[in-house]
Design a protein around this ligand. Structure first.
Ligand code: HEC
Ligand code: HEC
Length: 366
């Protein structure tokens, strides 16, 4: 296996995940999950993943999340590439990291079982792909990329309809053969068509080498844990008057309006509804975690019920935040709003965020 050095730290996760790929076992595939394991994995899929990847794993429910049922993904990616994507996410995209090590809700074992379950559901056995670099003509690949790929994957690999092929974490955790296999075979049921008959072998090798040449090395977060703020620090400016929001469609607040009311030091709660690992990386100052997968009781347990305004936001731009605000409104909290632009829009408009390790605001202090 040709893995980036940093992955040595992940040896336990990999050792578990790689076990079924050992040549001696490659024919039989991984041992089937027990009925209890399947039930638990199916439930955690619905809780954590269905929002974006869809209840049926077909993808594209929200945020352009890819399919988690195409045979090609599971042939080329099962199991460790998929396990790593779940564990560490794709920072900079709506795909957060779910491993406890980076502040997510899932243990290594949960992730392994979820990965195995996804593979079983897809019903495709992993194939053996060659390790190591795919040699190709990078200049030719750059031309192919601009002509045939950039329209969906973005001129700089930043993603769009297609996934972010320039994502450093994706590149760090993804072998060349996986990329090449995807280009050659496409992904059934998605906009990613097979280029087998559209490009020559030389062009496919070239574009693979070009994508790899864009890799700038490991860019996953160093493992870190930050305790969420104490409950008495949930309300920003607790003694100040309420903000004045003119909600669009009765639900949305704009970044400009939120910024104005924050600067005016109004009383409110800012709820970060992304997977908690993303709150840990960076959030709007004063925001507290209220992840989309928590039950209504869990989110509400920590929130004031005295009419204090609660503004929820997520990554890109609204799905997770809307699902949380729906729960809050069902629970009777009507002074609730969703940040229209999401945190990605917030950042791109030049508004500030703070890293997760910034000291939480303490009630009564400036
Ligand atoms: C908030 C939306 C969102 C949620 C929730 C989410 N994902 Fe994703 N996921 C995405 C997006 C968007 C991408 C593609 C990111 C990119 O590379 O551009 C992605 C990519 C992936 C990939 C990589 C697929 C590939 O084609 O390489 C896997 C695997 C994955 N997600 C699994 C999961 C699992 C399992 C869960 C639940 C534990 C989950 N995701 C939760 C949005 C989400
Ligand atoms: C019509 C839009 C479109 C075009 C054109 C396109 N792709 Fe894709 N590509 C996608 C989508 C959408 C996905 C995610 C599919 C899924 O749901 O699994 C994807 C997935 C991929 C992946 C897997 C990435 C991952 O995170 O697992 C690779 C690699 C890839 N494309 C490379 C290419 C290359 C190279 C080209 C040009 C030769 C290309 N694509 C052209 C839409 C496109």
């Amino acid at each position: 296996m040709n893995l980036p050095p940093k992955l040595l730290c992940l040896a336990p996760l990999l050792a578990l995940a790689l076990l079924p790929l050992r040549p001696a076992q490659a024919q039989e595939g991984p041992p089937p999950l027990t009925p209890e394991q399947s039930t638990a994995a199916a439930a955690s899929y619905q809780q954590y993943c269905a929002l974006c990847h869809g209840p049926d794993r077909a993808g594209y429910a929200n945020d352009h999340a890819p399919s988690l049922k195409s045979p090609q993904l599971f042939a080329a990616g099962f199991p460790y590439i998929i396990g790593e994507a779940i564990a560490y996410g794709r920072p900079g995209t709506p795909m957060g990291g779910y491993h406890e090590e980076v502040g997510g809700p899932l243990s290594r074992k949960d992730i392994m079982l979820l990965t195995m379950w996804l593979g079983e559901q897809a019903g495709t056995a992993p194939i053996e792909l060659p390790d190591g670099a795919v040699a190709g003509d990078v200049a030719l690949g750059a031309k192919v990329y601009a002509e045939s790929c950039a329209s969906c994957h973005g001129a700089q690999g930043e993603g769009g309809t297609g996934t972010a092929l320039g994502n450093a974490t994706m590149l760090a955790l993804t072998p060349d053969a996986f990329i090449r296999h995807t280009v050659e075979n496409g992904r059934d049921g998605t906009p990613m068509v097979a280029f087998r008959d559209k490009l020559s072998t030389e062009q496919i090798d070239g574009v693979t080498a070009f994508i790899r040449s864009r890799s700038t090395g490991w860019n996953a977060p160093e493992p870190m844990r930050h305790a969420p703020p104490a409950l008495d620090a949930y309300v920003i400016n607790p003694d100040a008057p309420a903000p004045e929001f003119a909600l669009k469609d009765g639900l949305y607040v704009s970044a400009a309006e939120l910024d104005r009311e924050l600067k005016a030091k109004k009383r409110m709660v800012l709820l970060d509804t992304r997977v908690t690992s993303m709150w840990e990386r960076a959030h709007i100052e004063g925001a507290v975690p209220g992840p989309y997968y928590a039950s209504r009781e869990e989110v509400m347990a920590n929130l004031p019920t005295d009419g204090t305004w609660i503004v929820a936001y997520c990554e890109c731009p609204r799905a997770a935040a809307e699902s949380v605000v729906r729960k809050l409104r069902e629970g009777g909290l009507t002074n609730t709003a969703v940040l229209w632009e999401g945190i990605q829009g917030w950042v791109s408009l030049g508004y500030p965020v703070v890293p997760g390790n910034a000291a939480p605001k303490v009630a009564g202090q400036p």
